[in-house]
Design a protein. Structure first.
Length: 136
């Protein structure tokens, strides 16, 4: 599934998020999933999101079932365990998706991921992003 453009509205509503520790044939990565309409907007991170600034990939939207799921992934695509979960609020959103860029400031309230983070696209296709802490 190709990633859909993400245009979080600056709506101040709390949304659920989850970070899944994903082990597959390629190794380990982390999936950051945030409620966006009827699906979960998803980014693939090489390191736990709280570990500092890092590049990430926007991957296809996932089913909302992953907010509560742990276990094997169908099609022999590995296994996921919950690294963190909680709520996030969009503090600011600049969604110029039609121009290939989007930036959101998100306030995370998880067990591990806490504080304000920036999530900004860094390429014209909207697949490469930068995730970094803004403040605690």
């Amino acid at each position: 599934m190709d990633p859909a453009p993400v245009a979080f509205s600056d709506d101040k509503f709390r949304r659920r998020f989850v970070v899944l520790h994903h082990e597959d044939r390629e190794g380990v990565h982390y999936d950051l999933m945030i409620e966006s309409g009827s699906a979960l907007a998803t980014w693939k991170l090489r390191h736990p999101p709280e570990s500092g600034e890092q590049r990430c990939l926007r991957i296809g939207d996932h089913r909302r079932a992953y907010l509560d799921y742990e276990g094997p992934i169908s099609g022999d695509r590995g296994r996921v365990t919950r690294h963190d979960e909680g709520w996030c609020t969009v503090r600011e959103a600049d969604a110029a998706v039609q121009h290939g860029s989007a930036t959101s400031i998100l306030m995370f309230e998880g067990r591990v991921l806490r504080g304000e983070y920036s999530l900004a696209s860094s390429d014209s296709q909207g697949s490469e992003w930068l995730f970094c802490r803004v403040r605690t």
